[in-house]
Design a protein around this ligand. Structure first.
Ligand code: OOG
Ligand code: MG
Length: 258
């Protein structure tokens, strides 16, 4: 399989703000390994254009998201620096295809984390602080519909992310009971605690470090690591105000602008 040509196919969708037919509709088989190889080639293309890495992400770590997307396994991807929104939280919609937004806990790392063998405890030791965030996802596939390998190849739908300004030390909070209230235009659309993320957000980050270890990569000091959405995602259209309020972490807001 030609990983670079599929990466180029996906990047054209990003650049031209156009949705694409899923890869699995066009090939007989797309293995998970091939999907991560396409994802790696896509990242190389982005870095080759001057982007840098701000961190890494998990996706589909909550039952709410797995049920919404019909995919029941976690996925791992990258957070390019160009995807981090400025503090005003404005999301220019002309740059995106059919964005959705979702509340996420974000780990800011003080130390590298290299798998295999990384535990949830190791993650807490390596974390500087936990902050609240909102991810804007934007599947490059038609109808926001995909299989597991498709979404992996597409860097797990990553598009934009807003990061809160208040953080808390990883051992100054119980991540499993940390509550989140997500609202769209002032209406609460979802609530969850950290335990929604496979029982423990730190264990999710450990899984990501161990996944990267298999590919000779690691999570790096200074990176943002997004643990995955705690509730299902909601459409972000012009004028939409999305707000995520987190116990002890303050709130994060974004707004879709035409
Ligand atoms: C896949 C990306 C999932 C999350 O937090 O669950 C993700 C998608 O839903 O398009 O980022
Ligand atoms: Mg997400």
């Amino acid at each position: 399989m030609d990983h670079l040509s599929w990466a180029t196919y996906l990047l054209a969708g990003v650049d031209e703000r156009r949705d694409l037919q899923a890869i699995t509709k066009q090939v007989d088989e797309l293995s998970i390994d091939d999907a991560y190889a396409i994802q790696a080639a896509l990242l190389e293309l982005q870095l080759g254009r001057g982007d840098t890495l701000a961190g890494a992400k998990l996706g589909l770590t909550s039952v709410a998201k797995q049920e919404q997307m019909g995919v029941s396994e976690p996925v791992y991807g990258w957070v390019p620096a160009s995807s981090v929104l400025s503090d005003d939280g404005e999301v220019p919609l002309g740059e995106l295809i059919h964005p959705r937004c979702e509340p996420e806990l974000v780990f800011v790392l003080a130390q590298d984390l290299a798998g295999p063998g990384v535990s949830a405890d190791d993650v807490l030791d390596a974390t500087e602080k936990i902050v609240g965030g909102i991810e804007v996802i934007d599947s490059r596939y038609e109808a926001f519909s995909f299989t597991l390998p498709d979404v992996i190849a597409d860097n797990t739908s990553a598009a934009r992310v807003a990061i809160g300004s208040d953080g808390v030390g990883p051992r100054d909070v119980d991540l499993t009971t940390l509550g989140c209230v997500f609202s769209i235009d002032g209406e609460i659309t979802g609530t969850a605690t950290g335990a929604a993320l496979l029982g423990d957000p730190a264990a999710c980050v450990a899984m990501l470090a161990n996944h990267l270890g298999k590919h000779g990569k690691k999570l790096e000091a200074g990176w943002l690591v997004m643990a995955g959405a705690m509730t299902d995602a909601k459409p972000l259209v012009a004028g939409t105000d999305a707000q995520a309020r987190y116990a002890g972490l303050g709130s994060v807001s974004i707004r879709g602008v035409a």
